[in-house]
Design a protein around this ligand. Structure first.
Ligand SMILES: Nc1ncnc2c1ncn2[C@@H]1O[C@H](COP(=O)(O)OP(=O)(O)OP(=O)(O)O)[C@@H](O)[C@H]1O
Ligand SMILES: [Mg+2]
Length: 312
C-alpha cells in the first residue's frame, strides 16, 4: 500500500486545497470526510468540512452539536459548516449585490423566491460556490483561512450531477459574473494540484460496482481523483489450525466457531473486492478497517484517521 500511495505526488493528498468525498449512499462518506479532516489537522492544517446533504452528520461524529449554517469548531483545527441552499443563496446574493438591504429588497420578495426555488440547479450552484469560495478565496490575516476544505458530497449519481453543475452552466452561459464564478469553480474542481475527488466504497458487490462506474464517469468528465477508500475492511484473524481447534471445542464453543467462520468469510470478501477494485480502478487503494465500537464517534474517527495516515 505504501508504494502505491506514492502515486499521489506531488503534492500529497492532504496538501491539496479541496478534497471531495463521494460514493454510494451509506458507504462511509461522512466518516471518511471526518477522518481525513482529523488526519490533516494532525499535520497542523486548519480544515473546514463542508456538508451539503440534507442531514448533518459530521459534527455528531465528533460528539458536537450540529454546526448549522455557521462555521463551528469541532476539534483542534477541525471546523464544519452545513451548507444549505437558502443561506448559501443569501450569502452569494449579498456578495454580488454588496449590500444586505439590496439583497432583501430584491430577493426576499415572494415571487422572486418562488422563481429561485424553481430554477434548476440553482441550489447546487450556490452551494458549490460557497464551498469553492472557502477552498480558494477566503482569506484571513493575509493568508488563506483554510489549508484544506473537505467536501462531504452527495452520493454517486447526485454527486456527479452536483460536481458537473458549473460545466453544464458554462455550456449555456458563457459570459457575465455568474459565468466567471462557474469558471472558477470548474477549474478548481478539475485542477489536480488543487483538488481531488475520492470515492468511498465497501467490500460488497453493489457498492464496488458503483465505485467502478463512478471512477470511470469522473475520469471521463475530467475530475482528478485522489485515492479510492475501501471502507469496512475485515482482516483475517484466525489461522486455519485455530479455526479447527475452536470447532473441536464442541457445543460449548459452537457460537465462537460460528463467529470465527463469519469473520473469516467477511475477510475473504474484503480480500476479493480489494483485488477486483485494484484491477478496475487505477488509483491507490486505501483500506479502512471495520471499527467495532458500540457508539460510533470520535474514537472510531481517530482510529480511521490513523489508518488513513498510515496508508498515505
Ligand atoms: N469503518 C467503519 N467501521 C464500522 N462502521 C462504519 C465504518 N464506517 C462507517 N460506519 C458506519 O456506517 C454507517 C454509514 O456511515 P456514514 O454516515 O459515514 O456513511 P455516508 O456514506 O456518509 O452515508 P449517507 O450516504 O447517508 O450520507 C454509519 O452508521 C457508520 O457508523
Ligand atoms: Mg453522509
Amino acid at each position: 500500500m505504501a508504494k502505491e500511495a506514492l502515486d499521489v505526488t506531488p503534492p500529497a493528498l492532504l496538501d491539496r486545497r479541496l478534497l471531495v468525498v463521494t460514493g454510494k449512499g451509506g458507504t462511509g462518506k461522512s466518516t471518511v470526510s471526518a477522518a481525513l479532516a482529523l488526519a490533516a489537522s494532525r499535520k497542523r492544517k486548519r480544515v473546514l468540512i463542508c456538508e451539503v446533504t440534507a442531514r448533518e452528520r459530521v459534527s455528531e461524529l465528533f460528539g458536537r452539536p450540529p454546526s448549522g449554517p455557521q462555521i463551528h469548531k469541532l476539534f483542534e483545527d477541525v471546523y464544519s459548516v452545513h451548507v444549505r441552499p437558502p443561506e448559501a443563496m443569501r450569502e452569494y446574493g449579498i456578495m454580488v449585490l454588496r449590500s444586505e438591504t439590496l439583497y432583501n429588497l430584491v430577493f426576499e420578495r415572494r415571487w422572486v423566491r418562488y422563481f429561485l426555488n424553481a430554477a434548476p440547479s440553482l441550489a447546487e450552484i450556490v452551494m458549490l460556490g460557497k464551498v469553492a469560495w472557502h477552498a480558494g478565496r477566503e482569506m484571513e490575516h493575509g493568508r488563506p483561512r483554510w489549508d484544506l476544505v473537505v467536501l462531504d458530497a452527495p452520493a454517486t449519481g447526485h454527486g456527479l450531477t452536483f460536481l458537473s453543475v458549473p460545466e453544464v452552466f458554462l455550456s449555456i452561459v458563457k459570459e457575465g459574473p455568474l459565468a466567471r464564478d462557474m469558471k472558477f469553480m470548474d477549474s478548481m474542481l478539475k485542477d489536480p494540484q488543487q483538488a481531488r475527488t475520492c470515492i468511498v466504497t465497501l467490500p460488497e458487490e453493489m457498492p464496488a460496482n458503483e465505485a467502478i462506474e463512478m471512477h470511470r464517469a469522473l475520469a471521463q468528465r475530467g475530475f482528478p481523483q485522489g485515492v479510492l477508500f475501501l471502507n469496512g475492511v475485515f482482516t483475517p484473524r484466525f489461522a486455519p489450525e485455530e479455526r479447527v481447534q475452536v470447532a473441536r471445542g464442541g457445543p460449548l464453543l459452537a457460537a465462537a466457531a460460528d463467529a470465527a467462520d463469519s469473520h473469516e468469510a467477511r475477510a475473504d470478501l474484503s480480500r476479493h473486492y480489494t483485488s477486483v477494485l485494484r484491477s478496475e480502478v487505477k488509483l491507490p487503494l486505501v483500506s479502512v478497517p471495520y471499527v467495532f465500537e458500540r457508539t460510533f464517534g470520535i474514537r472510531a474517527i481517530e482510529q480511521i484517521a490513523s489508518a488513513i495516515e498510515a496508508a498515505l
